[in-house]
Design a protein around this ligand. Structure first.
Ligand SMILES: [Mn+2]
Length: 439
């Protein structure tokens, strides 16, 4: 992984990189104990090779805004060495991908990450083995120099001129994505109201639909549009794309290139997300997925840190639903992490998130489908629970590690990240005061 002179200007040539020898050395140290644990697990799994291959193929997109320390409304505590520009964000994801070989794409947010030279950015990403996943538009903030304000919404706005501005921005994001080789646009709208009476719900919906339709018309044929919903925040009385029903309504009215996007943190407490996923898949309208975890609301905590069983149950429905439609696990849905918080090193947090996603996926692949169908058909509630929990309680980490090893990644990415003092080197390169653009 050498970044050559021809690719990068001198100033943005990263010092920190992880090479094959470092990974090989690390793996060699852990090989004996890993080999024992993997062999033991493999003995009980007749389809172990297929599962390892599926884990090997699975890729999760990393959002460009997850590389800096996230803030809250109250404060932001930078850990230092944060990427200062898009090039450095790509370099960070390159480090992550070198460690786990499961983070092979980047999801950009416009206008936080507008590339100056598309070809150069594409070349740089390719250098790290990265491609561009979904593009994200932003009509939830006002940008400097923007003529009209989104204070009272964007696509729902009572003023047609504001709506047009939001349409134009989204079409512009599509054009930028085309330059980068992206194939999808994620639209998340903060639109809604915070007080009863503020909004005519029907008009807000119709305005939004009309705007989304104009953006949809601008989508290339091989693109998808993801309509992301969220129950509340920043608006606290109503949200104009507030739940999966509303998103599905928009997506159905828009057409076959429009899909619902599920973000794990965007539901009311205790929502049965696995059931939502199952029904959206049944309708062929689940397009993408944003991973994070939460205790209360849109907490954006590390995936799998709070509710790992729920994550497994969601993956169980994803695998069952995708298989029933003959879908490709790796290509037919957009998988992305959407989290950003203020305590952990952002790269360590992402290592943990990707690991948690792969663990839940592996557990879902272990579920004995035939036994589950049999239990369901005979109303054997006890056995159904046993089948699911047997898979969930299996320690599948050796499978995930084996998949990584075969892909040329590290057996223990977090340990290697720390052994190599990656953050220390990034701080040396970028300084302690470097602050990532974005949230
Ligand atoms: Mn999201």
């Amino acid at each position: 992984m050498r970044v050559g002179n021809s690719v990068l200007p001198l100033t943005s040539r990263p010092v920190m990189h992880i090479d094959k020898h470092q990974i090989a050395q690390h793996n060699q140290r852990l090989e004996a104990s890993h080999g024992r644990r993997f062999a033991q697990l493999a003995e009980d799994l007749p389809n172990v090779e297929k599962i390892v291959q599926q884990l090997n193929d699975f890729q999760v997109a990393i959002p460009s805004w997850a590389l800096g320390t996230g803030g809250t409304r109250f404060g932001r505590f930078s850990g230092g060495g944060e990427p200062r520009n898009l090039e450095e964000k790509i370099a960070d994801i390159g480090i992550l991908h070198a460690l786990n070989r499961s983070s092979g794409s980047i999801s950009l947010h416009i206008p936080w990450d507008i590339p100056e030279d598309y070809a150069a950015i594409r070349t740089l990403a390719a250098h790290y083995g990265l491609v561009f996943d979904a593009m994200n538009s932003n009509t939830f903030q006002d940008q400097s120099g923007q003529p009209l304000s989104y204070k009272f919404g964007s696509m729902q706005h009572v003023d047609r001129a504001v709506r047009q501005q939001a349409i134009d921005h989204n079409i512009d994001v599509i054009k930028q994505g085309m330059e980068l080789g992206s194939k999808s646009l994620t639209v998340w709208l903060a639109d809604g109201s915070s007080f009863p009476g503020q909004l005519n719900f029907r008009k807000a919906f119709q305005n939004t639909l009309e705007c989304l339709r104009e953006v949809y018309e601008a989508l290339p044929d091989d693109w998808k549009m993801f309509v992301e919903y969220k129950a509340f925040e920043p608006n606290f009385y109503s949200t104009t794309v507030g739940d999966w029903g509303q998103s599905l309504l928009y997506a159905s009215k828009l057409g076959e290139k429009a899909y619902t996007l599920v973000d794990l943190g965007h539901h009311l407490p205790n929502a049965n997300i696995e059931q939502i996923v199952a029904l959206l898949l049944m309708e062929g309208k689940l397009g993408g997925f944003h991973f994070n975890d939460s205790k209360y609301g849109d907490d954006d905590l590390t995936t799998g840190s709070i509710k790992p069983y729920q994550l497994f149950l969601i993956f169980n429905e994803l695998v069952e639903g995708m298989d029933s439609r003959g879908m490709d696990h790796t290509k037919d849905l957009g998988w992305m992490i959407d989290a950003s918080h203020n305590l952990k090193d952002p790269l360590e947090d992402l290592v943990q998130s990707v690991e948690a996603i792969l663990v839940a996926y592996a557990q879902a692949l272990l579920v004995d489908r035939e036994a589950l169908i049999e239990a369901q058909a005979s109303n054997d509630v006890v056995q159904a629970q046993e089948v699911l929990q047997h898979a969930f309680r299996t320690d599948v980490r050796p499978l995930v590690a084996e998949a990584r090893k075969r892909a040329g990644a590290a057996l223990d990415p977090l340990a290697l990240f720390r052994d190599l003092d990656v953050r220390g080197k990034l701080i040396k390169e970028r300084g302690t005061k470097a602050v990532a653009t974005g949230l």
